[in-house]
Design a protein around this ligand. Structure first.
Ligand code: HEC
Length: 175
């Protein structure tokens, strides 16, 4: 009788130890699963954030191109023409014919010379080594017009922004 009880006790203790071990192992597995789930959630969230940043950037670029197009039509088309091919209403009054702005990339071996064009349009820095400049200096003009902005932003930043938008637009109309 005594030995059977001892045996039973022994078996129960073994059983308790075994089930506790199983429980611990299971709990660890559940923890791992929860961690993995959290990781997946974090990754999807950062992917979503990245995607929405890309979308916003794309929308901003589109916006800038639209602004550039409006600026072009208002400021440049009189000489360079609405289609930018150099036949604006003032073109015939100029000693130098306004060039076709849709061929810039082609003339430059397939590369749109962003920073060089920036300097040409800004005009405050001499780019052509010879000849009189028939085109107005837009850097000065845009800078002096900046008082129109009610947000009191830096006038130089605004002038740069207008030229930058013009360039983004010009890039889209290259042949
Ligand atoms: C008063 C007429 C006139 C207006 C307005 C004008 N341009 Fe010009 N543009 C010219 C002429 C003329 C040239 C030829 C180069 C020169 O004057 O030295 C030229 C040259 C250029 C060039 C150089 C192209 C090349 O192939 O080298 C660019 C770029 C340009 N203009 C962009 C613009 C932009 C952008 C605007 C509007 C902000 C503008 N122009 C407004 C007359 C004008």
């Amino acid at each position: 009788m005594y030995t059977t009880n001892k045996k039973k006790l022994f078996i129960s203790i073994i059983a308790i130890i075994f089930s506790s071990l199983t429980c611990i192992a299971y709990a660890e597995r559940v923890d791992d699963l929860i961690d993995a789930q959290k990781e997946v959630k974090k990754n999807t969230q950062s992917k979503k954030e990245k995607l929405s940043t890309q979308k916003r950037e794309l929308a901003e670029t589109r916006d800038a191109i639209t602004m550039g197009k409006k600026e072009y039509e208002r400021t440049c088309s009189l000489c360079h023409g609405i289609d930018a091919k150099g036949n604006g209403v003032y073109a015939f009054e100029l000693t130098i014919a306004p060039p076709d702005l849709t061929l810039i990339e082609k003339k430059n071996y397939g590369v749109f010379p962003f920073s060089n064009l920036y300097k040409i349009i800004d005009g405050r820095e001499e780019v052509h080594s010879h000849g009189a400049r028939d085109m107005p200096v837009w850097g000065d003009r845009f800078n002096s017009e900046s008082w129109l902005d009610t947000n009191q932003r830096n006038s130089e930043t605004l002038a740069r922004g207008r030229i930058f938008e013009l360039l983004l637009y010009l890039e889209t109309i290259q042949k």
